[in-house]
Design a protein around this ligand. Sequence first.
Ligand SMILES: Nc1ncnc2c1ncn2[C@@H]1O[C@H](COP(=O)(O)OP(=O)(O)OP(=O)(O)O)[C@@H](O)[C@H]1O
Ligand SMILES: [Mg+2]
Length: 329
Amino acid sequence: MDFAAILQSVCKLRIGVIGDFCLDVYWHADMRRSELSRETPHFPLPIVEERLSPGGAGNVAANLYALRPATVHCIGLVGRDWRGSALLETLAAIGTDTSALIVSPNRVTNTYIKPLRKGLTDVVYEDPRLDFTNYTPTSPEDERRLVEALERLASELDVLCVCDQMPFGCITPMIRQHIIELGKNGLTVLVDSRDHIGEYRHVIIKPNAVEACRALNLPVTTEIPLLFQAAPSLEKLTGKPVIITDGEQGCIICEKGVCTHIPAVKVAGEIDICGAGDTFLSAFSCAIGAGASLQDAAKLGCYASAVTIRKLKTTGTASPEEILNVAKP
Ligand SMILES: Nc1ncnc2c1ncn2[C@@H]1O[C@H](COP(=O)(O)OP(=O)(O)OP(=O)(O)O)[C@@H](O)[C@H]1O
Ligand SMILES: [Mg+2]
């Protein structure tokens, strides 16, 4: 299948994203407008622009949606707070289906607020981030509601992407077990997990080099020959093909014990790698769902992430046209 044909077949896909949905908030301050506070010895940050965008699993949902599948269902938990409402609105405005995003009174909506100061010049100075996240485990009641949502949707899905990111996120051991069962029963499941990638079975895992080494208790390396040794061990655990991304070196795929290196696209000039892994997962998952080979899906992942790393100061998404432009020989 050529890349245009793969991307065209994506339009039939019904995709689910389960995991840790976050809200990214950018507060742009114009320091030229700041006046010394009367009460404290501080210059306040006069916010002249606010930008909201979905992060974490939300960024994966946005990247999936940009590839124009039939549907993208978001499955996860948000808090009953202003950030939860804003996140739901942001995801709905993009076009994703948020009916399986559960609003829980026990949860805090994961939010990263980035204050960005500008003064007399164009230099942008980023203050320390303000983070909202959960510090307690997801309750059994929320787990039950998540399982219900997952079971309700699973039979309607062609592909399920998993974004297992936060220490107290919604992918609890029990939810992880449900995901494994879905993979065992034949659903195409693709998993990105910061701390638990080695616990998945019967699904395609997509660790980066660090996550892959940690899962196997190996010294961390980004050397391709060493990753060629690691990938078959991961494949033995999952019983499914494995893909390890390796930053500017691209990725390696492993199927039936045979590893192949797919080089990254060379990108000149300034880049912003924030969200490269999310874009990769999205394009790779859509291609696998559309019936592409592991190798073609990995190439599309590299092309798509080459598009978004060129988009500076935003995580960004890649459209089929932008991806095909990079894919041109
Ligand atoms: N400097 C780069 N030049 C070209 N392509 C890149 C570069 N960095 C990343 N990529 C592309 O993005 C893909 C994913 O990158 P990486 O392995 O860094 O993922 P990650 O560590 O999961 O990222 P994230 O921080 O988003 O979680 C790579 O396989 C590669 O195709
Ligand atoms: Mg990653």
